[in-house]
Design a protein around this ligand. Structure first.
Ligand code: G3I
Length: 323
């Protein structure tokens, strides 16, 4: 039964950024995919197309084909675009393995990459995940190509380089497992507080919210958001999906899932978080079944047949309820 208004309509009316991670191929080939995307969301994040590996197929070469496809789709459909991600320890160019670089060569490479990519999408990308997942789960700095060669100054440099060419974009630090108050979010709080003290242009923090056993305690998420806001940072929920261990999934877990999504949206609306992105359009597009085979495999708002799920309706009702 065609619906009068869509989740996207409700998000637009509430002036809320509700987004989805997208892949370039189905945007080109799958009508069901882009129909659901336009029905549910007013914001997109490139799931993989704007990462370093996919963009840097060979030394000295940039391939913007897929990234442009995502950016053009967003523009055509009046959707906001979050850029993901300029600096990460994963999905590095394959040829990095053979590259016997010096620290200075690596720094020059990274500087050129950030300048080129953030510069290309200036005015198109509203917010960048400049650095992704630089903190390990125990709160120490994660070992990576960047950290091992450049120390933690690579974070300061990356934000300054992004700001050089895209001063109007909001520049975010993004991570997982730090959605509520815990050892890792404490470490990220100290990291960002130090960067701000050094005058590094950090505008926000992204809480990924990959909930693989239901969402964390909403009150603790709210407390976490408040302390980052008190630092003067914007907070975005950047990669949300909700699953449960198959072994003891709640009965009718899709109803519970709807509550979990709504609870996090409630925190967003109460704490001034204006952006919530889910990590995929349909359950069949999700990364979760491949990486976590022991959890429920339907973590998103649309099912594989492009039908909206209870979580879709729960978010729509909540957004329609904002005055
Ligand atoms: O594009 C190649 C294709 O040419 C090749 O044939 C195929 C088979 O190997 O691989 C394709 O690349 C895959 C890529 O997704 C695009 O589909 C990579 O193998 C695969 O590892 C990559 O997975 C992505 C993963 O990040 C990489 O770590 C997931 O789609 C993506 O959802 C996931 O997203 C991350 C965020 O960026 C950061 N936070 C966690 C989140 C989930 O891991």
């Amino acid at each position: 039964m065609p619906e009068d208004t869509t989740l996207r309509d409700a998000a637009d009316a509430a002036d809320f950024r509700l987004g989805a991670a997208v892949a370039a191929d189905p945007l080109r080939t799958d009508a069901g995919y882009w129909t659901s995307l336009r029905r549910g969301f007013n914001t997109v994040t490139a799931e993989n197309a704007m990462k370093m590996g996919p963009m840097r197929p060979e030394p000295g070469v940039y391939d913007f084909t897929d990234a442009d496809a995502v950016a053009n789709f967003a523009e055509e459909h009046d959707m906001a675009l979050r850029g993901h991600t300029l600096v990460w320890h994963n999905q590095l160019p394959d040829w990095f393995q053979e590259w016997d670089y010096t620290d200075d060569q690596l720094a020059a490479f990274l500087r050129d990459h950030v300048h080129t990519v953030a510069g290309r999408y200036r005015g198109t990308v509203e917010a960048w995940d400049v650095v992704n997942e630089a903190v390990a789960d125990d709160g120490t700095m994660r070992d990576s190509v960047w950290y091992d060669a450049l120390g933690d100054r690579y974070l300061d440099d990356a934000f300054r380089w992004a700001n050089d060419v895209a001063p109007d974009a909001d520049l975010f630090y993004n991570d997982y497992g730090a959605d509520a108050v815990n050892e890792k979010s404490d470490a990220i709080y100290e990291l960002l507080e130090g960067m701000l003290d050094r005058g590094v242009p950090v505008d926000g923090v992204g809480l990924q919210m990959h909930a693989l056993d239901g969402v964390p305690d909403p009150e603790s998420v709210a407390e976490n958001v408040r302390r980052f806001s008190d630092l003067g940072l914007d907070v975005h929920v950047t990669e949300m999906d909700v699953a449960y261990p198959e072994a003891d999934a709640p009965e009718n877990h899709r109803e519970r899932q709807a509550e979990d999504y709504r609870d996090i949206l409630d925190v967003c609306l109460a704490e001034g978080v204006d952006t919530l992105v889910v990590w995929g359009v349909r359950d069949s597009d999700s990364w979760i079944p491949e990486w976590f085979p022991h959890v429920t495999e339907d973590p998103l708002l649309f099912d594989a047949s492009n039908d909206p799920k209870p979580a879709y309706h729960a978010l729509k009702e909540r957004l329609e309820d904002t005055d």
